[in-house]
Design a protein around this ligand. Structure first.
Ligand code: FAD
Length: 207
């Protein structure tokens, strides 16, 4: 087991890297089997990884041998976008079986009618809890809650698919709240796969 790396995101969310396998060395191992070559030095390995990410078309499958499992807590509207990314595995907290916690995203900015937004969220939770007390099924009562409510899921993803997610969700067209998660995970990526992360920033993010 690796040490859990945790980063707070937004007002009540977080990302936690629970476990990973392989990191940069898995990419190097996969590439070396292709060429039946042996590592001559750390510098040669770094040059190899950089070349793999710089080349066009890219030798992408070698990055699939490095795998991450994250635990994520984010607003439902972020999770909804996140789960459009299919090349990975998810399991999410079920509001059929679990009662929703009274936790929802509130933007930090002093936006007009921010208090009205909070009152609306509180009122929706009051009604949700009332309906559950009255015997409504949780899976039906949840229908009145908004997408700012926090959810939690685990996400197992390989490094290639992770870079695809980061490239899309760090783009200036991505929603700011989702990009905050991508920025936190990019920091973790640098800690775990420093060589690949550096090359990713240089050759893919800065285009
Ligand atoms: C800024 C932004 C705005 C967006 N707006 C919308 C929107 O308004 N509406 C909306 O529906 N979506 C929207 N999306 C989601 C977007 O269309 C993608 O579904 C999402 O980004 C996942 O990307 P992906 O398919 O590359 O990732 P993954 O699903 O992880 O797939 C990774 C790669 O695998 C390959 N692949 C996976 N499945 C298939 C397949 N079935 N056929 C062929 N190749 C496949 C592709 O090469 C793909 O790039 C938006 C995304 C972004 C970043």
């Amino acid at each position: 087991m690796n040490e859990v790396i945790s980063k707070p995101v937004l007002d009540k969310g977080w990302v936690r890297l629970e476990e990973y396998m392989g990191a940069d060395s898995a990419v190097i191992r996969a590439a070396r089997i292709c060429y039946q070559s042996e590592s001559k030095s750390d510098d040669a390995d770094i040059r190899l990884v950089r070349r793999l990410l710089k080349s066009d078309p890219k030798h992408n499958t070698v990055f699939e041998h490095s795998v991450f499992r994250f635990n994520v807590k984010c607003p439902i509207f972020v999770a909804r976008q996140w789960m459009r990314h299919r090349i990975c595995s998810y399991n999410e907290k079920s509001l059929r079986y679990c009662t929703a916690d009274r936790e929802y995203y509130v933007p930090a900015d002093e936006l007009p009618d921010r208090e009205t937004y909070i009152q609306h969220m509180e009122a929706s939770f009051d009604l949700y809890e009332h309906l559950v007390e009255q015997g409504w099924k949780k899976e039906v009562a949840r229908g009145i809650l908004g997408t700012a409510v926090y959810t939690e899921f685990i996400w197992t993803v390989n490094a290639w698919s992770l870079m695809n997610w980061m490239e899309k969700r760090l783009d200036k067209s991505a929603q700011w709240e989702h990009a905050e998660y991508a920025r936190a995970i990019l920091e973790i990526f640098h800690q775990v796969m420093p060589v690949t992360a550096q090359a990713f920033e240089e050759f893919i993010l800065v285009k």
